[in-house]
Design a protein around this ligand. Sequence first.
Ligand code: ZN
Ligand code: ZN
Length: 215
Amino acid sequence: MTTEQINHHLTDDLLMAYSAGSLPEAFSLVVATHISLCDECRARLGSFDTVGGAMLETCGDAEMSAGALDATMARIMKGAPVQKPRSSGGVFPTPLQNYIGGDLDAVKWRPVGMGVRQAILPTSDDASVRLLYIPAGCAVPDHGHRGTELTLVLQGAFVDEDGRFARGDVEVANEELEHTPVADIGEDCICLAATDAPLKFRGLVPRLAQPFLKI
Ligand code: ZN
Ligand code: ZN
């Protein structure tokens, strides 16, 4: 796999929180997967890791809080994404393959309506993460957000009110964005999407289905 042409990146807030080990597991998975595809965000993360490390050194052992120690340990434990990633040779980058235990053929899809399928991945329950399969030319129902939604494209592309997102691009959506992602014609779109609060669907039917789909 060659270097991706990535136009949409992670925010500094997310990279700092990831560096400090304070993101929910669901968000960490999206961040780690984006970083494995993106030289730019990996370099920015490296500088946050350095700043975090320097702050710990000046604190001294006696003054280091339990929280800071936990964050440091978390960073050491997950260290791998900062290194130059190896190509996984599949649709899923290495961190995601490791998490799922395989590539695309290991995924158990469930229909969510209008041709869209999802697979919820098990994580700690402070946030949730799922794989979304949007057939070429199809749309995810129009919705807003109560919290933060991270959507990373793994195959194909989608277009919404914020632009066009292709493999490696990540969309950071919050309360201010209401969007209707539509997959490009020509290739089915596969995304990894994490949310920390339920979405707000405008249409009645998606709203009624929401509790069953855990979106
Ligand atoms: Zn990036
Ligand atoms: Zn959304």
